[in-house]
Write a protein that binds this ligand. Structure first.
Ligand code: ADP
Length: 503
């Protein structure tokens, strides 16, 4: 019984290659294929956005249409079908022209779509319809982030005892506590759920409807994307106001570090790099990548000058205020080069553009989302900076280790679980794979970066650091086994008749 394959329906708002705004898409696009490799039945369901249609995997109509009640109206949709490239995992796309055929996923020009609650009420109800209409056999419904927070509630409240649904357990994964799907209280009408659930133990949060909280309350089990973040969110400030809810559910809350898809992120096979390399050949391959990157970026091709990179969203969470502060000082005082790849808040975009304009021989800023450039930077840079305020898991530090690019990170969330700071002990034990600092300050970051640069000029120590990181295995193979255990725990919990949520 214990070894029987588990049947999982994963509901997400993003998954590569169909749609992506962040790490959620990487996880949901790669974990299912790994689960399939481990012998489990995986099905993925997500909205059919405009960007999903141009993706690598074409979708075909299933011819199955459905109607969903949204407040006082009925909205029609349909399912199309595709599969996850490199696997046979079926992917169902929820088609609804008005809701999903838009330029962005959640917003345009920095403004959230006004009907986001309505759009994801529709999606969550469509997922439950899919089980019936597509005759899916499901042991565990795996929901992710606020966009799917209503699914566990619908299952507990509306589908209790309904044939085909009564044995389904729910796992809810938190990828980022700060995005909660918070809407005004009247949107409760759109959900179709009774007002009695709009109370501070269940769906209400200081007078508003909170869809992340709804998922946290009604799911059978909860997890997040690193063990450290699972602890951090049980207290303020990282619980973002929901620390009490998470404490009350700590018996079913755990953390699993995300894996890396090494088919996509491996310098030995990366088509974006001018030279292939691995741990044995990094000494010859990486300098070629560095020189090509420096040339690409319009920086002097200087092999001895450390090239420091940042890749990510230019938002407070990522610590870009510290980054800008340290850069402003270092461009005057240090022989280092900087590359910034990202988009985000206009104020930060301006700061990094200004630095690049004033110091073109030291700074290159690329305000774009470019997968190719992200790969080339991982290949060519010496140091990758992640001074995050908080970081549920973080993926770039994992990619950078594989590429022999040394991470310098703030010790928070998944960065604690994956990066071991170089100090006398870890140096002796050969376990160091980067540098980290605790205090959220420009001073702490600058000191740590200085330590990294000092080490950079000691080639033997630097080489050892690089080798340790490159040889570590952060593939999905390990993390997926953690998910298998979680799925089984969810199934067992449901079979034992434990009911969460108090519906
Ligand atoms: P988050 O999900 O908080 O944005 P993660 O580190 O978990 O942060 O994942 C971010 C993902 O998005 C990584 O795959 C990263 O390489 C990618 N990414 C972020 N910004 C850019 C960009 N400007 N260009 C290309 N890839 C980017």
């Amino acid at each position: 019984m214990e070894c029987a394959p588990v049947k999982i329906l994963m509901a997400t708002s993003e998954a590569v290659p169909f749609s992506k705004t962040g790490g959620l898409a990487d996880v949901c696009g790669t974990l299912p294929a790994e689960m399939e490799r481990l012998g489990h039945d995986m099905t993925l369901i997500l909205p059919a956005y405009r960007q999903s249609r141009t993706a690598a995997a074409p979708a075909e109509s299933t011819g199955i249409h459905f109607d969903i009640p949204i407040g006082s109206k009925i909205v029609s949709g349909s399912f199309s079908k595709s599969h996850l490239p490199g696997s046979s995992v079926p992917v169902y796309l929820v088609e609804q022209e008005q809701y999903f055929n838009r330029a962005g996923l959640y917003q345009e020009d920095g403004k959230d779509y006004k009907d986001n609650c309505e759009r994801f009420v529709f999606f969550c109800r469509a997922v439950l319809e899919a089980i019936r209409l597509l005759e899916l056999e499901v042991d565990v419904l795996h929901a992710n982030d606020w966009q799917t927070g209503l699914i566990p509630a619908y299952l507990k409240i509306e589908h209790r005892g309904v044939p085909g649904y009564e044995q389904i357990g729910t796992l809810f994964t938190i990828h980022n506590m700060a995005y909660q799907g918070l809407f005004w209280h009247w949107d409760m009408l759109l959900t179709g759920l009774d007002w009695k659930y709009f109370n501070w133990h269940q769906m209400e949060f200081f007078g508003n409807l909170n869809l992340l909280k709804t998922g946290l309350v009604f799911a059978d089990r909860l997890n997040t994307v690193s063990p450290r973040y699972a602890e951090e969110i049980q207290t303020a400030p990282l619980g973002c106001g929901l620390e009490g809810v998470l404490q009350s559910r700590r018996d079913v809350l755990s953390g699993i570090v995300n894996g890396v898809d090494y088919r996509e992120w491996d310098p030995a096979t990366d088509p974006h790099l001018p030279a292939d390399y691995g741990p044995e050949t990094v000494d010859t391959g990486k300098p070629i990548c560095k020189a090509a990157l420096q040339a690409d970026l319009g920086l002097p091709v200087a092999p001895q000058v450390p090239l420091i990179a940042f890749i990510g969203r230019l938002v407070d969470q990522k610590g870009v205020d510290l980054l800008a502060a340290v850069m402003r000082e270092w461009v005057q005082s240090h022989e280092a080069q900087w590359v910034i790849l990202g988009t985000g808040e206009p104020n930060y975009q301006d700061q990094f553009m200004l630095l690049a304009d004033r110091f073109p021989r030291k700074v290159c800023t690329r305000l774009e989302f470019s997968n190719r450039m992200a790969h080339r930077i991982e290949g060519g840079a010496d140091v990758l900076l992640m001074p995050s305020q908080y970081e549920p898991c973080g993926l770039n530090q994992l990619y950078s280790m594989k590429y022999g690019t040394v991470p310098v990170v703030r010790a928070t969330g998944g960065l604690v679980d994956t990066i071991t700071d170089l100090n006398a002990d870890t140096r002796g034990a050969g376990t160091a794979n980067g540098f980290s600092f605790r205090e959220y300050s420009a001073l702490a970051m600058a000191e740590t970066l200085q330590r990294a640069c000092n080490t950079y000029s000691q080639p033997e120590v630097w080489k050892r650091l690089i080798q340790t990181g490159m040889r570590q295995d952060w593939s999905w193979a390990n993390s997926a086994r953690g998910y298998v255990d979680l799925y089984r725990a969810t199934v067992n919990q449901v079979r034992r008749g434990l009911v969460a949520g108090g519906a």
